[in-house]
Design a protein around this ligand. Structure first.
Ligand SMILES: *[C@@H]1O[C@H](CO)[C@@H](O)[C@H](O)[C@H]1NC(C)=O
Ligand SMILES: *[C@@H]1O[C@H](CO)[C@@H](O)[C@H](O)[C@H]1NC(C)=O
Ligand SMILES: *[C@@H]1O[C@H](CO)[C@@H](O)[C@H](O)[C@H]1NC(C)=O
Ligand SMILES: *[C@@H]1O[C@H](CO)[C@@H](O)[C@H](O)[C@H]1NC(C)=O
Length: 822
């Protein structure tokens, strides 16, 4: 009861502040309500060190899944919870290049899934290279009264108080602004929003309890009340929220629960339900019963929850709500993120079809300030897009009339509609997309449309932007397909969960091309991406930016598109294709943002070094939308690991900016050592599907295990992209900065035998992420107290970087206000 009181008092006290930062005219982007929090698991580990040779009886012939299962059995044998078992998830896969099998294992307690009990095992040639483990080890299986949420909210409250006090001390008004995440916010930054959105209504409102409809129950078999509780907190519509509180029972009676039992690939029967007529949801809500872990002393306890998958207009939530009334939201992840080999036989020879041509800002031109449009060919990668960008099988085409059921019949399109991407306008800002307008180039497939926006009155700026919709959808389609092809060649393929309607018999789940909305009417000055698990379409929404007249169109800024599509990449690669819940909050969620910035910056960078901002053109601000431009100069960009402790660094974008900066520093060390490749695209495979080395790859210097030598990108910029993607596959679900760093170093070991070990460590430690870096008291908001370590491991010391260490491990926070305000 205390917690509700405090939360509402703080929220009321900030009403003026809230009003200010919302109503700041046209430069204020629309805020999408999004929630993300959950318990930290103190016992979770990621180990890349020498894994015990327990597997000596295994040989390179042994099925890697068997190796992983044996390994997991050993790992969990000494501290086995009663009723604990596990299964190997069927989205496990073998990486074609590295030969590493990524095996995902999920814990069960008495046959019920532990939703965050994950073991990921990376296996090659019968040996375990590394693993992550967050299995529940305790012996309590009774649902506990653990007030995990109150902790999260009180963290936020005290941070808010701290800022409020400081604002007073510095005699600042709440209409004085700092730049955070590309927008002016008052000195409170995102905290009022976090508090409002994450901590309000997370318990059953007392009004509902008093209705008598939600008495304490020991165990519930009907998820309806828990769903209503979640929707009260999740809906951005205050009226709906109030209506749900007042008339919960009416809504519940109207909801329809349909149990669905399905046989899984591993022989388990999974019990799930779909719930129709959920207010605020745009599709039936999927529900299953599960356990989740909550902190309990040094370890964890389990709670019985309803796991919900709720698709809404602007969010796609995966949430855990306690089974028992009063229903509490234990964790919630929004699959939507803002920002901002051998060839399988291919049914049709794409050579037969004339390639398309597009009038676009060519690949490498980040935005309209960097160059002019040119006519570019449909230079699809024959490995990644075997039938090009404008063909897909009838059976995988959502718009094909079900005339033909012939799997080999391909539809050829003359619009921005293909196997990887469906691009179109979405001025309405709604969820429907199939029949939205998209340009049609006719039989010639020449997508040559005008882009000539004029200066108008502000009131006409939107209509003026709509005039070049043909050009902007064409650009979005072109950039998105190239990103698909590029990431494919570094290993984001069908088995690892990429986005394609048809998978050419190469594994993975199908029917999940990216739905790409240009000039989406649901917002301004932003962009977002929703990543459901493999087999469901990703959704990219690009917005106009009203930062200038004529308006600037985010679709034309490649960096923003790349950032968004990279959410799909990192979410599908981390923790396996079927688990979209691994980058939900705190450091993990922040890195989800950071990878996008890093990859966008790497793609635009050229041989001659330069610093780069993010989103500078769209935001009409030379320094872009982050706090700092990406730079090797620590005066220009002073971010270190410890920067995460600063008040402005609670949101995922600010955390991501630090991660991206660290990767930028690491990346440039590799470029200094290995040189720079003008193109990040590997050579075209020959007719047999073999990939020639060209000037792009070099044979591995060291064969790590067995005979298979992976292809190693020769240059620093291509190598770092490979290591970053390989690292995503190796790292555990819910990685910390340390886990992600260790995974990149482990990826280098697997790929090159570790020849860049010291270069990588020197890069990470240059920005405080050396081996002795520490965090104490991590919270779901990215909070905690961090200690930088600027020293690489002793093996790398002789060539220790000649860096002036900025206040080695200095824990003092008080030196930051000057650079933080304004
Ligand atoms: C699609 O194009 C291919 C190659 O030109 C052609 O063989 C095929 O008949 C076309 N399919 C349809 C449905 O027109
Ligand atoms: C685009 O072309 C025009 C005319 O040739 C030229 O003046 C301008 O500098 C070009 N813009 C960029 C960004 O290269
Ligand atoms: C888009 O292109 C189509 C086909 O060329 C054309 O008919 C239409 O007028 C164009 N739309 C706009 C807004 O220019
Ligand atoms: C780093 O940036 C600062 C500020 O722009 C500049 O004065 C300094 O010369 C730069 N240092 C290097 C090594 O370029």
């Amino acid at each position: 009861m205390r917690r509700l009181f405090v939360a509402s008092v703080v929220a009321t006290g900030l009403a003026g502040v809230l009003a200010h930062s919302h109503g700041n005219g046209n430069t204020q982007p629309r805020r999408r309500k999004t929630m993300g929090f959950g318990p930290e698991l103190p016992h979770a580990v990621f180990s890349t060190g020498d894994v015990t040779p327990v597997m000596s009886f295994m040989s390179s012939e042994t099925d890697p899944k068997e190796v992983a299962a044996q390994f997991a059995a050993q790992l969990t044998s000494n501290a086995r919870s009663p009723g604990s078992s596990f299964y190997v998830r069927d989205d496990s896969y073998t990486d074609k290049n590295s030969g590493i099998t990524h095996v995902y294992i999920r814990q069960l307690l008495y046959g019920v899934e532990v939703a965050d009990g994950d073991i990921n095992v990376n296996v090659k040639d019968g040996r375990v290279l590394s693993y992550g483990d967050s299995f529940y080890r305790g012996d309590i299986v009774e649902p506990l009264e653990v007030d995990v949420h109150a902790d999260h909210c009180s963290e936020l409250e005290s941070e808010l108080q701290y800022r409020f006090d400081r604002m007073r001390q510095e005699s600042l008004n709440d209409d004085q602004y700092v730049l955070t995440g590309g927008r002016k916010t008052n000195v409170m930054g995102d905290l009022p929003f976090l508090l409002e959105w994450n901590c309000r209504h997370v318990y059953t409102p007392y009004a509902m309890m008093e209705e008598g409809n939600f008495e304490e129950a020991d165990f519930s078999t009907d998820p309806s009340a828990a769903i209503v509780q979640f929707m009260i907190a999740a809906t951005p519509d205050e009226d709906l929220s109030e209506a749900l509180i007042d008339n919960a029972q009416d809504f519940i009676s109207n909801m329809q629960v349909t149990p669905v039992a399905s046989l899984q690939g591993d022989g388990r029967v999974s019990h799930q339900s779909t719930v129709d007529n959920v207010p605020g949801a745009v599709s039936p809500v999927k529900v299953r019963m599960a356990f989740v872990q909550v902190p309990h002393g040094e370890s964890t306890a389990v709670e019985l929850v309803w796991k919900l998958e709720v698709e809404m207009e602007d969010n796609w939530y995966e949430a855990a709500v306690t089974n028992k009334a009063p229903h509490r939201i234990v964790s919630v992840i929004d699959w939507a993120s803002d920002s901002p080999m051998p060839l399988a036989p291919v049914p049709k020879d794409p050579e037969d079809r004339p390639g398309a041509t597009y009038n676009v800002f060519a690949w490498g031109i980040n935005d309209p300030a960097e160059g002019n449009r040119t006519l570019e060919k449909e230079n699809f990668d024959s490995l990644a897009s075997p039938v090009g960008w404008h063909s897909l099988p009838v059976v995988n085409d959502p718009n094909s009339v079900a005339g033909s059921k012939d799997k080999t019949a391909f539809v050829n399109t003359t619009t921005t509609w293909g196997n990887n991407v469906f691009a179109h306008e979405n001025w309405e800002g709604q969820n429907s997309w199939q029949n939205n307008y998209r340009p049609d180039a006719g039989a010639s497939l020449v997508f040559d449309f005008k882009y000539n926006p004029k200066v108008t009155e502000k009131s006409d700026a939107l209509d003026e932007a709509k005039k070049y919709i043909n050009a902007t959808v064409t650009q979005l389609f072109y950039t998105s397909n190239l990103v698909h092809d590029l990431y494919y060649r570094y290993g984001f393929d069908e088995v690892s969960g990429n986005f394609q309607q048809h998978n050419f018999g190469r594994g993975g789940k199908e029917n999940d091309a990216v739905i790409a909305n240009a000039q989406d009417g649901s917002g301004f000055n932003n962009a977002n991406f929703m990543t459901p698990p493999d087999g469901q379409n990703g959704r990219c929404r690009m917005y106009l930016w009203n930062t200038a007249i004529p308006y600037r169109d985010g679709d034309l800024e490649a960096g923003i598109v790349i950032h968004e599509l990279s959410h799909g990449l990192s979410t599908r690669l981390t923790g396996g294709p079927a688990n979209s819940g691994c980058l939900g909050w705190g450091e993990s969620g922040g890195m989800g943002e950071g990878w996008g910035d890093f990859l966008a910056t790497t793609i635009r960078s050229s041989k001659t070094y330069s610093d780069y901002p993010m989103g500078a053109w769209a935001a009409n601000r030379p320094t872009g939308i982050r706090n700092f431009v990406y730079s090797l100069n620590d005066t220009v960009n002073p971010s270190t690991y410890k920067t995460l402790d600063k008040p402005g660094y609670w949101g995922v974008h600010a955390i991501g900016e630090v991660w991206a900066e660290i990767l930028w520093v690491v990346s440039n060390r590799l470029i200094a050592k290995h040189g720079f490749s003008e193109s990040l695209f590997p050579p075209t495979p020959d007719a047999d599907g073999n990939v020639p080395e060209g000037d792009f790859y070099r044979p591995a210097q060291v064969t790590v295990f067995g005979e298979k030598k992976p292809l190693v990108p020769k240059h620093g910029n291509s190598l770092v992209v490979q290591l970053v993607l390989d690292g995503m596959k190796l790292q555990p679900c819910r990685p910390s900065f340390f886990d992600a760093r260790d995974a990149i170093i482990a990826a280098d070991k697997a790929l090159t035998g570790g020849e860049n070990y010291c270069d990588l460590w020197l890069g990470f430690s240059e920005r405080g992420l050396g081996p002795d870096a520490r965090v104490d008291g991590r919270t779901p908001w990215g909070g905690g107290v961090r200690t930088d370590d600027f020293d690489a491991p002793s093996a790398c010391q002789p060539e220790k970087a000649p860096k002036p260490t900025p206040g080695d491990g200095d824990d003092d926070d008080d030196d930051e206000p000057e650079d933080w305000f304004f």
